[in-house]
Structure formats: C-alpha cells, structure tokens
Design a protein around this ligand. Structure first.
Ligand code: HEC
Length: 424
C-alpha cells in the first residue's frame, strides 16, 4: 500500500515535469536529513504536545487549523489561496474549493476543505525545511514527521535540489488541473508579473500590470490564452467561489509577493549550508586519508563554497528582481503584522519596510538575513557571504539595480543589525 502511494506521488511529480533531487545525497552524512534530530518550530510544538505541555483545540469548521496557527504564531492575514491541483491533497482542491496557505518567517500550514490532514512545514537551522502532517480526524492531535513522501515535490530542481518550498504558477482548467503542456513557472521575485500566480487567487491592486491569477484556462488548443483582464485588480473574490469557509476572504497580493520571495530564499540558504557542510566533510575524509592537517581546505571545497555564497548574495540583494511598472496595494493587516518584529537601525529603518512602487522592499536586502537559519550558516560560508555582500554594496558595477543612496542605506542598516557585517 505504502509503496503504491509513493509510486503515485512520484508519478505526479514526474508528470509535473520536475526533476526529483537525489534524496540519497542529503540522506547521507554529513546532512543525514531523514534521521538527524531537528529543532524547528514544529518539532518543538510536537514535543510539547507529546509531553502534555501543550494542547490544540479542534473546531467544527476548520479542525485544528486555528489552534495550530496560534501555537505556531502564524497570523490569518498571511492567507493565500491556490486552486490548482498541484499539491498533496489534489483531489480536494478546485477553483470552488481552493487550498489555503498560512505562513510566518519559518513555518507554513496548508489547509483544504474536508482535507484529511493539515500540511505543515518548518525551517530547521541545520536541516532546511522539515515536513509534517496533522491528521484532522484524530481526537488527539499528533504532528507526524514525513518520511520522504513530501520530498517528491519538495526536493526537486524547483527547490534548488534541497528539501524546500516553492510557489508554482500554472495554467489551470475549470477543475483546477494544470495544462502541463502549456508550460509552468516556478516563481520567485525575479519572475515577471505576467508569469506569476497561475492557479492562485489574488486580491489587491496592481495598476496596469497583468498576471495569471484569478482566471481559469478554457481554451484546450491554446491553454495560455487566458483572460488576464478579468483577473486583474480585484478586491473581492466572492463571485468566483464561496469565500465563507476561509479565515479571511483575501488572498493578499503583498502576502503572495513576500511568500514568492521567501520560499526561494529558504532554498538558497539551505543549499549554501548543505554544500558547505558537504565540502568540509569531504575535505575531512581526504585530509585523514592523505595525512594532511585537519583544517586543510582544498581548492575544490573553496570553489564550492564560493559558488553557493555568490548565488546567495545575489538573491539576498534582489539582483534580478522584476521591476514593478505600477504601484501595488494590498491589505494593511498583512503589512502591519509583517513589520511587527522588524529589526530597526538608529534611524528607524528596517529591511521589512515596503516600497511597492517599483520594487517589493524599500531597502532591497532580504530580511531573512536576520533569520536564525541564516545566522546558523557554517562559518566558512558566512564569512564569504558577508564579505561579498559588503563588497557588492561598495561597488556600483556589482549592484547596478541599486542607487548610491540605496547602497549607503543598506550598508548602514546592515552594519547596525547584522552581527559580523564588515564596517565600510
Ligand atoms: C504532488 C506534489 C506535492 C506533494 C506530494 C506535496 N506538496 Fe506541498 N506543495 C506543492 C506545491 C506545488 C506547492 C506550492 C503551492 C501549490 O501549488 O499548491 C506546495 C506548497 C506547500 C506548502 C506551502 C509552502 C510552499 O512551499 O509554498 C506546504 C506547507 C506544503 N506544501 C506542505 C506539504 C507537506 C507537509 C507534504 C507532505 C505531507 C507536501 N506538501 C507534499 C506540491 C506538493
């Protein structure tokens, strides 16, 4: 049975055109993804539930959803809705019954109407994203760590080949089924608006920019022929489906833009950590075999570390960010909550301040630089990332998307809020 299930899920992943990452690669030392203990936010709650130190109330409408969000400190204003059948409980998802996602900086929850389970993920400082389910039918709520089933979609080339997260954009038909032949997109902050959020709902204003959200694709011969006008600048979704079962009637544009940035940010951080640990590990093995000093660092290890540091810095600094051609306006509730824990410099500036005129943030260096997963990066890659970051912010040729004023502001904010950031 289990085997059969796995096969079907793998089939779905292959049909989805994604390249499943070689799981063995991160299941071996030094990563040992499946077996090493984790201390992420959900692992901590799981332990508290098992020790009777926490409990979750179930309600008629949403099962354990509200209680779980509260326990993980996730706000309902982060809600985004996706109606394409692209995820685990696909048969329960449709344009009439979209799946709801909720998130904060390091934890995510997926809920579908009448779903058997809540889908949960959290970021561990060492092990990247870890996946769990919570069975909605059980009287005693139990978080169960997934044993590889989720990775058929959550550890592929779309997640930088590490256990990770993604926002996928597809042309979906009236049932929510993607037209894979028409192409799909993995979205991050560099994606042009026109390729974003197919199969998602979206509320908020975005002027003359057009995207793929809010509409279904009915033209069998040309599925990419969708009515983007109909989906644009919507504040209300209630004529498209029954919004009452959801915690809010919104699928906020700013919440979705942040999710789109943040999902791939996790993947770049995890990849930098994994690659560095693997490079150091293979040096350790070789150093022993060749009787070299323990701290000898090979040229190939240095190159591997340099290469992941370069990618990470580029994404951190929004180097390829899509330039907005109209202002974006979303719901105040999400923006306020997002700013709640902002690390501010002495002038009151924060990496969480929104721009939303020509780009997502006013000071384009990801706020995830303050996350504990970033802070836990191994020392060799951390040193390289910070020195590259500092160099890029002193060099207009390396950061042509930034103005002199942007570079100065970023250097000042980072110097005050990021430990170890080299003074200029
Ligand atoms: C068939 C592929 C597939 C499988 C299997 C799958 N997911 Fe996903 N998941 C996705 C896709 C694609 C998204 C992006 C949103 C969407 O399209 O629904 C996603 C999104 C998520 C999100 C929101 C964060 C993000 O990455 O956008 C969570 C949480 C999540 N999945 C949890 C799980 C868990 C837990 C499991 C296993 C129990 C699982 N998923 C199995 C495809 C899958």
């Amino acid at each position: 049975m289990l085997r059969g299930l796995r096969w079907i899920v793998c089939g779905a992943a292959i049909a989805a055109g994604s390249l499943v990452a070689a799981q063995d690669d991160f299941d071996r030392p030094p990563i040992s993804y499946s077996t090493a203990p984790t201390h992420d936010r959900v692992a901590r709650l799981k332990e508290q539930l098992e020790q009777g130190k926490a409990s979750l109330e179930r309600d008629e409408e949403h099962g354990y959803l509200r209680a779980l969000l509260a326990a993980l400190d996730i706000d309902a204003s982060s809600q985004t809705l996706v109606f394409s059948q692209t995820s685990l409980q696909l048969r329960k998802i449709s344009p009439h019954k979209p799946r709801a996602l909720y998130y904060n900086d390091d934890a995510y929850v997926g809920w579908v109407q009448d779903g058997d389970v809540l889908e949960v993920s959290a970021v561990d400082d060492q092990q990247g994203v870890v996946f769990y389910t919570l069975d909605q039918r059980e009287d005693t709520p139990q978080l169960v760590r997934d044993r590889g089933h989720c990775l058929s979609c959550h550890a592929t080339s779309r997640t930088k080949s590490v256990p990770g997260l993604l926002v996928r954009s597809v042309y979906a038909d009236a049932a929510g089924r993607p037209w894979f032949g028409a192409g799909t997109f993995t979205n991050d902050h560099s994606s042009p608006f026109k390729d974003r959020w197919g199969g998602w709902y979206l509320t908020g204003n975005h002027g003359e920019m057009r995207h793929m959200a809010n509409v279904i694709s009915t033209d069998r011969r040309r599925p990419e022929n969708i009515d983007r006008e109909r989906g644009a600048n919507r504040s209300d979704l209630s004529d498209l489906f029954d919004v009452r079962p959801y915690l809010t009637p919104k699928s906020d544009i700013v919440a979705l833009m942040v999710l789109t940035h943040q999902t791939q940010m996790h993947n770049w951080i995890t990849r930098a950590g994994f690659e560095t640990r693997k490079a150091i590990h293979s040096d350790e093995v070789m150093n022993k075999a060749l009787e070299r000093p323990d701290d000898y660092r090979s040229e190939s290890a240095k190159r591997r570390i340099s290469s992941v540091a370069e990618d990470l810095v580029s994404y951190l600094l929004f180097s390829e960010e899509f330039k907005l051609t109209s202002p974006v306006e979303g719901d105040a509730a999400f923006r306020e909550r997002f700013a709640r824990d902002a690390a501010r410099d002495s002038k009151g500036r924060s990496l969480r301040d929104f721009d939303l005129q020509t780009r997502l943030f006013k000071y384009p260096c990801s706020y995830m630089i303050h996350s504990s997963s970033f802070k836990s990066l191994p020392a060799p890659v951390m040193e390289e990332v910070l020195s590259r970051l500092s160099a890029a912010l002193g060099d207009p040729a390396a950061t042509p998307h930034l103005s002199d004023a942007d570079r100065t502001a970023l250097r000042e904010i980072l110097a005050e809020t990021v430990e170890g950031f080299p003074p200029s």
